[in-house]
Design a protein around this ligand. Structure first.
Ligand code: CMP
Length: 137
């Protein structure tokens, strides 16, 4: 059945001018853009979004990184889009993400305390509902 997911082009993707290239991959795969906006999230929104990572060593650097510039938030729809976008994105670490994926083709390790990995995608139907509410209300 058709479902929706939250995709973020994170600040590194926007700053590097890769928003268009990332959107082109999403559109070429055939998923539907339902809503899209440029967002500069405050700390409170990010604390909600990343609640599960609170206390991890990369948590503070992650919030700092996500506040370093705008992200593009996308409400994306399609059959199995949650799983499908995560496959398109590749694994978390861009150094070893498979070539052919967004992270594998366009990302790398910049030697920072946080993985700057270009995109975020919800990891389950529950996360998607929760995250879409946080970013789109
Ligand atoms: P994302 O999928 O948006 O969710 C959590 C983020 O934390 C992840 O992308 C990375 O940006 C970052 N992250 C996850 N694991 C690590 C790690 N081991 N070291 C640094 N950053 C990480």
């Amino acid at each position: 059945a058709t479902e929706e997911t939250l995709v973020l082009v994170k600040p590194d993707g926007v700053a590097r001018g890769l928003t268009g290239a990332i959107l082109a991959r999403i559109e070429a795969k055939g998923y539907a853009l339902v809503d899209l906006r440029l967002v500069e999230p405050d700390r409170e929104r990010l604390e909600r979004h990343y609640a599960e990572h609170e206390g991890k060593p990369f948590y503070e650097p992650l919030l700092e990184f996500m506040m370093s510039g705008p992200s593009v938030a996308i409400r994306l729809a399609g059959n199995r889009v949650i799983e499908g976008f995560r496959s398109l994105a590749g694994t978390t670490d861009p150094t070893t993400a498979a070539p052919g994926t967004i992270r594998g083709d366009l990302g790398r390790d910049w030697g920072l305390k946080v993985q700057q990995n270009l995109v975020h995608g919800s990891d389950s139907t529950e996360s998607a509902a929760r995250e879409l509410e946080i970013w789109f209300g």
